[in-house]
Design a protein around this ligand. Structure first.
Ligand SMILES: [Fe+2]
Length: 321
């Protein structure tokens, strides 16, 4: 049974959510205004662009901003509400401009106003100062000073959300290497935390565990019987997979890659629900486009719909024990 809790903030819905709530009631869907402690929403690769920001290539595109707003509308219409939303990085479009974060923070604040806890980590298109400035709770939450790390209770399992940004220059408007990294302080914290864990945990980061600039953490994570998998963003392509460390053991863990909320590739988000014996990540795919949505008069490639059809109902089970 999902556990439902009530929060005062849970009753402070925004106008759009209130409309969605009204529509849900009209459709006969009952809601108690509570939130489900076992239900989370995972968002990644938001790539929010301030359209007033000019770059060498002209004004930043912003069609993806509306796609995030749509995802937020859908999350606010869920009954019960998910207890938390987790952003797996690339909040900013390309260069971590403050204006990008301002729009992202305003859109995501609607979740918090409805009583949904929000956690944000960085991707290669972010700057840490921008994330800390516009999502100030992250600075209070992190057990690793200066990094956007969170320990998140998912219900019957935990998510250790790491910061895999390899930041070349902290100045907004500058670019970073595409690949990730994990510094010694974070890697040491993660290794120690993995050994301390008393119940199942998933590690989350923008990048894959094989894309951390030579830092290898899986050999140590997998020594913990409670490590059940890795969730990442970055590729904009849903996948469920598994990882192992050697051929002398049957020990494996799951790995899943999240879609982008609206920039390119698989478009959507995922829900994560925890049970007594497992956690289940379910893809919610809303579209596919590459490298951007169709312009008026363009023919939609059939392959895009093949990909959506193949992904329909996709999930990834993180089995405990
Ligand atoms: Fe991305």
């Amino acid at each position: 049974m999902p556990s439902i809790s009530f929060t005062r903030r849970g009753f402070l819905f925004g106008a759009t959510a209130a409309a969605a709530y009204g529509a849900a009631r009209a459709a006969g869907v009952e809601s108690d205004g509570g939130r489900d402690e076992s239900l989370s929403v995972f968002l990644s690769d938001l790539h929010i662009g301030n359209p007033d920001q000019k770059t060498a290539w002209g004004a930043q595109p912003s069609y993806q901003n509306a796609m995030l707003a749509k995802a937020v509308d859908e999350i606010l219409a869920m009954r019960p509400l998910p207890a938390r939303a987790v952003c797996f990085g690339d909040v900013s479009l390309w260069f971590g401009w403050s204006g990008d974060y301002e729009i992202a923070a305003a859109t995501l604040a609607r979740l918090e106003k409805a009583g949904i806890d929000l956690y944000v980590t960085t991707g290669n298109h972010d700057h840490r100062e921008g994330v800390f400035k516009y999502f100030p709770r992250q600075r209070e939450l992190t057990p690793v000073p200066g990094r956007t790390v969170s320990v998140i209770d998912l219900g019957s399992a935990d998510l250790l959300l790491m910061d895999s940004l390899n930041e070349a220059n902290p100045k907004e408007g500058s670019g970073n290497p595409v690949g990730g990294a994990m510094d010694d302080a974070q890697a040491e914290w993660l290794r120690a935390e993995a050994m301390r864990r008393k119940r199942p945990f998933i590690v989350g980061a923008h990048h894959a565990p094989t894309d951390l600039n030579g830092c290898r953490v899986v050999p140590d994570l997998i020594k913990s019987p409670h490590f059940i998998g890795w969730v990442q963003g970055h590729d904009h392509s849903w996948s469920n997979d598994w990882i192992s460390e050697n051929y002398s053991s049957r020990r494996i863990a799951r790995k899943a890659t999240l879609p982008s909320t609206g920039w390119w590739g698989d478009i959507g988000y995922a829900t994560m629900r925890t049970y007594a014996d497992r956690a289940e990540l379910k893809l919610v795919q809303r579209d596919f486009y590459f490298p951007n949505p169709l312009k008026e008069g363009e023919q939609r490639p059939k392959l895009w719909d093949d990909i959506i059809a193949e992904n329909r109902g996709a999930s990834c089970t993180f089995r405990f024990g």
